[in-house]
Design a protein around this ligand. Structure first.
Ligand SMILES: Cc1cc2nc3c(=O)[nH]c(=O)nc-3n(C[C@H](O)[C@H](O)[C@H](O)COP(=O)(O)OP(=O)(O)OC[C@H]3O[C@@H](n4cnc5c(N)ncnc54)[C@H](O)[C@@H]3O)c2cc1C
Length: 493
């Protein structure tokens, strides 16, 4: 791996989340003197780890999708994923419950997935093949021509390929899925991947069906030890390139000279900087600037469609569970009803769908022998009321439903539980409205229409992460770090 020797400009990066870590490595490789200032005592941001009584939980992301993007990231430094952690392809990729003891499992290859579809609806196997062929091509276009663009001009994304696909930006993925299959079960399975983009399937352009290729084509993987191994790998790469990471270093404000930031005021003193890159939530960083240097008003942020927040539980069970997979979805309630409570009525759902992860099924190290680690996630509207009583009510609801759907007895096997929700997202990450996944990727919040990477009002201020380009998720955060660092390189080298 080659590191340029010139260390001209000092770059301070706020936040050691995936985006900040990714950007730090590119900038250090390109000769900048890089320091990350991180509020928390560890790196990883929303992807930190919880350890308790011999159990290990990923606090945030659990799905390792789009392995090609992780590989591309490490390849940029002459390395490979396998130099840092091991990934295992899950089979089944996941299981979905639709009614008590009625579920479908999704295999690790399209041939078997087609058989599963066919067993539910005659003719759907071939329809699925056509759908995935289209989504595979869209994936290629998205990764090669769109998502690595910095969002400076519309011309970046107008290519002969994207022009021919224009109609697919103006119809929803829901309508495409509904044309592909009739079964409500299969429709839910094909609509679920776009939930990673943070919006309703009825509000997500059909072009984004490339997420279905990420699901059925590229597969669901698990880094041995959990998603936090990715953070460790990226941190280790950054440190090897000379990046300095200052933990317990809370950014409180900026020193400015005219339209430029000259220093970052933190709980541990001032860090001088020639360039500032914020990987913390966009709105939070702008709130630290004098009003005249903020690009976006409170009204702008109020009118954005945020990706959901989440209510999460991390549970230690003193027994192994059966009839669940590493990733298990409980889709036994109405998708649209739940989505309405997130995006329209902004209230707690009465019959939530939810997701459960049992990493110890694959990764024995994450729980003591004979025990199971369980993570439960209910997507909810950002900024809704979050109290201990509400959390307890939903915990009981989730456990009851898992018992009913799977036939497992859980209540008497709970050793402990911890929860995380809206108030924690706000207080720990300075998250706008307590969002979990940033800003939804809908047509009106895509590319040029997302908050910009380069500030228009402050000469040397840049943003990265899930609230700017290209959008929410771990792979997009790595891409965001690359885009932001390329712009800094272009403007300040
Ligand atoms: C519960 C949950 C489940 C998810 N599941 C998946 C999944 O399965 N697969 C997937 O691909 N994606 C998933 N995501 C999304 C993914 O985790 C995020 O998109 C990604 O981690 C965001 O990274 P980031 O670097 O943009 O932001 P962050 O991780 O939020 O990093 C920002 C950093 O800035 C720091 N910071 C904030 N304020 C300050 C300050 N004042 N001073 C210094 N530092 C500060 C924060 O502490 C944090 O470390 C999930 C997210 C959540 C929350």
């Amino acid at each position: 791996m080659q590191v340029n020797s010139r260390k001209s400009n000092k770059v301070v990066i706020i936040g050691a989340g995936f985006a900040g870590l990714a950007a730090s490595s590119y900038l250090a490789r390109d000769g900048f003197d890089v320091t990350i200032v991180e509020k928390l005592d560890v790196s990883g941001g929303r992807a930190r780890q919880l350890k308790r009584d011999g159990f290990t939980f990923d606090i945030g992301p659990t799905f390792y999708w789009m392995p090609d993007i992780f590989e591309r990231f490490f390849n940029d430094f002459g390395k490979s994923v396998k130099n840092y952690y091991e990934i295992i392809r899950l089979n089944p990729a996941y299981q979905v419950y639709f009614a008590p003891e009625q579920s479908l499992t999704i295999a690790d290859n399209l041939k078997d997935i087609k058989k599963t579809f066919e067993s539910v609806e005659a003719g759907s196997g071939e329809a699925l093949q056509r759908f995935i062929d289209k989504s595979a091509r869209n994936y290629e276009i998205a990764m090669d021509e769109l998502v690595y663009q910095p969002g400076e001009s519309l011309f970046e994304i107008v290519t002969p390929e994207t022009i021919t696909r224009l109609p697919s930006f103006f119809k929803s993925i829901q309508s495409d899925v509904n044309r592909c299959v009739k079964s409500p079960y299969l429709r839910k399975i094909l609509q679920f991947p776009v939930l990673f983009l943070g919006a309703k399937p009825s509000n997500t352009p059909a072009f984004y069906n490339f997420m279905n290729y990420a699901d059925f084509g590229l597969g669901t993987w698990h880094p041995r030890g959990g998603m936090y191994e990715v953070v460790r790998g990226m941190e280790s790469l950054a440190l090897s390139l000379g990046v300095k990471i200052e933990h317990n270093c809370d950014v409180l404000g900026f020193e400015m000279a005219g339209r430029s930031i000259t220093g970052v005021e933190t709980s541990r003193g001032i860090f001088k900087s020639d360039v500032l890159l914020s990987g913390a939530d966009y709105h939070f960083t702008e709130s630290l600037l004098p009003t005249e240097y903020r690009q976006y008003s409170p009204r702008f942020w109020d009118n954005r469609t945020m990706a959901p927040s989440a209510l999460l539980f991390y549970v230690g069970f003193d027994t192994k569970l059966s009839k669940v997979a590493h990733h298990t979805f409980f889709f036994d309630t109405d998708f649209e009803d739940h989505a309405r409570t997130i995006y329209d009525t902004k209230e707690w759902p009465s019959k939530p769908l939810f997701y459960a992860s049992f990493p110890s099924i694959t990764d024995r190290e994450t729980a003591p022998p004979g025990h199971e680690s369980g993570i439960f996630l209910i997507p909810i509207a950002p900024d809704i009321q979050d109290t201990p009583d509400i959390r307890e009510r939903y915990f009981n609801l989730v456990i009851d439903r898992v018992e009913k759907m799977t036939g497992n007895s859980l209540k008497s096997h709970i050793l402990f539980k911890e929860s995380f929700s809206v108030n924690d997202f706000k207080s720990i990450y300075n998250s706008l409205k307590g969002n979990a996944y940033g800003l939804a990727n809908i047509l009106t919040q895509t590319h040029l229409l997302r908050p910009r990477i380069k500030s228009k009002k402050v000469n040397n201020l840049y943003f990265t992460g899930q609230l700017t380009l290209p959008g929410p998720g771990v792979p997009p955060s790595l891409i965001s770090g690359k885009i932001a660092s390329s712009l800094i390189q272009k403007h300040h080298a």
